[in-house]
Write a protein that binds this ligand. Sequence first.
Ligand SMILES: [Zn+2]
Length: 138
Amino acid sequence: MTIEEILDRLEGVKKHGNGRFMAKCPSHQDKTASLGVTEKDDRILLHCFGGCETRWVLGGMGLEMHDLFIDSHQDWKKPIKSRWSATQILEGLGEAMSEVVLLLTRQKTQKLNDLELDRLRHFSNTIIILCNEVTARG
Ligand SMILES: [Zn+2]
């Protein structure tokens, strides 16, 4: 869940500084907002200053402990920051493919030496890496 989804289930939510919220604790008769809600790393921290245990607070919201973990789902959708520009990828692909075609053509008539085989492996690998780079961009 996200901190917003948690806050949606609480009443009397007030913002207390950066990323910190206070709300009415759903686990006890809370007249003042005595439940602290904060986001820390990959989870949401709940603290009732009235003394309720976290699981009781969660129970009051119909949630469980695992609901306090922030979904990393949205992070997967973020594009991976690329090291190469689109032009560099295209140029790299063109270069690698022409090398591979050249070597494969030569291989038809003569046996490639170790150096040439290394080049063939290297440029085949480059093609795969660059294709993966394009795929990762979505
Ligand atoms: Zn409480």
